[in-house]
Ligand binder design. Structure first.
Ligand SMILES: C[S@@+](CC[C@H](N)C(=O)[O-])C[C@H]1O[C@@H](n2cnc3c(N)ncnc32)[C@H](O)[C@@H]1O
Length: 371
């Protein structure tokens, strides 16, 4: 469902923070221009305009089982890596769809950041327990702060200096929005690295570039998809070849029924891995969603969770299950875990929780302009 949402003053975006070339010997150039701002705004406006769904709308969604499957994947990642009482940075938190998952993990502090004003507002009401939809209305047990801004542009390390260090950073279905330019990708990683404690964890999900490029090459033209999604590449990629010297700014249009309709960017995973290493973030694993499901569904605690979420039916009366087309969309994504270098410390948990609140008013959301 769409809603009208006014553009916020935070739409103004500043000059690039970094112009360092990824491959100094290559022919890549990383101009930050007006289009970068326009695309960041397009993404923000798209997500801002999506309202919370009622339970009925949600259950009638053509991708309801995919949404449940993705929730299962995120829950498994959170259960694997969240530490009780820990401080969480949820980058591109959206409407706060993971708040309940974090609550179950008994975290101690939560900071959510997102560029979409409408989503921030939904996240705020959900956190307060006021949301008029299927989510439960109980209060959460951890204090929280919400920040509205472009987390691939602003220096979050400065904004959140007093809230850091975080034990875990989560960036779900969103890191690829940083890959429009090298400067933004670097800012994303610099923000994450500087805010995580040594030994802290980055968990996330994002499109699997290998799968998308393979599907593009198999397609007759520059479009492919099925009944619930389509992807379109522009003519500039008609040769379907991508220079290793230009790993940023490979844009495509992504449409997922009842969920996404905006520009996205390819993230060549080997480049992500090596760039992350420059920021002291070491890969623990990356697995395509299919592989992830096959691996963790073997574990009894996650089978139970899957049954409760119902992505694959509840095993009893509910025979409804993920369609083949939804399963194909799941294949477009991967899950990843990285660790910040350094000794995993045994020091007491972050004690800055007094910066958060147990009830967030509209005025408590911090709006940050990029310049
Ligand atoms: C697919 S949604 C995922 C939301 C949430 N992480 C989840 O899993 O439910 C992608 C989110 O990324 C956010 N996003 C995109 N670009 C961003 C940016 N530059 N800074 C902060 N958030 C951004 C969008 O506003 C949107 O909420």
């Amino acid at each position: 469902m769409k809603r009208g949402y006014p553009e916020s003053p935070s739409a103004s975006v500043g000059p690039p923070q970094s112009r360092t070339k990824y491959n100094p010997n290559g022919d890549g150039h990383f101009l930050e221009d007006e289009s970068t701002k326009i695309f960041a705004r397009k993404v923000a406006d798209h997500y801002s305009a999506r309202t919370n769904q009622t339970l009925e709308e949600r259950e009638n969604s053509p991708i309801i089982h995919l949404k449940k499957l993705n929730n299962w994947i995120k829950s498994v990642l959170i259960q694997l890596y969240a530490r009780q009482g820990g401080a969480v940075l949820d980058l591109a938190c959206g409407k706060g769809g993971d708040l309940i998952k974090w609550d179950k993990a008994k975290i101690g502090y939560y900071v959510g950041v997102d560029i979409a004003e409408g989503s921030m507002e939904d996240c705020r009401t959900r956190y307060n327990g006021d949301a008029d939809h299927h989510q439960r209305r109980n209060k959460f047990t951890f204090p929280a702060r919400l920040i509205c801004g472009d987390c691939y542009e602003i220096h979050l390390d400065k904004v959140l200096a007093d809230d850091a260090p975080f034990d875990i950073c989560s960036c779900q279905f969103a890191l690829h929005y940083s890959w429009s330019t090298e400067a933004r990708a670097r800012r994303a990683l610099a923000n994450i690295s500087s805010l995580l404690r040594p030994g802290g964890t980055l968990i996330g999900t994002m499109p699997d570039a290998n799968v998308i490029i393979k599907k593009l090459r198999e397609a007759e033209g520059l479009d492919f998809g099925n009944s619930v999604y389509w992807i379109h590449f522009d003519e500039e990629f008609s040769e379907k070849k991508f220079k290793s010297s230009k790993p940023f700014g490979i844009k495509y249009k992504f449409h997922l029924e009842d969920a996404v309709d905006c520009p996205e960017w390819i993230v060549p995973f080997h480049v992500f891995k090596s760039l992350a290493e420059e920021y002291d973030l070491e890969l623990v694993f990356a697995k395509n969603s299919h592989e992830f499901v096959h691996e963790y569904i073997k574990k009894s605690e996650y089978v139970d969770l899957m049954r409760r979420l119902g992505a694959l039916g509840d095993g009893n009366q509910d025979q409804s299950t993920l369609s083949q087309d939804e399963w194909e969309v799941a294949y477009l994504y991967l899950a990843f875990v990285l660790k910040k270098r350094g000794q995993p410390d045994r020091t007491p948990l972050n004690t800055k929780r007094d910066r958060g609140q147990m009830h967030i008013s509209k005025e408590d959301i911090m709006y940050i302009s990029s310049n």
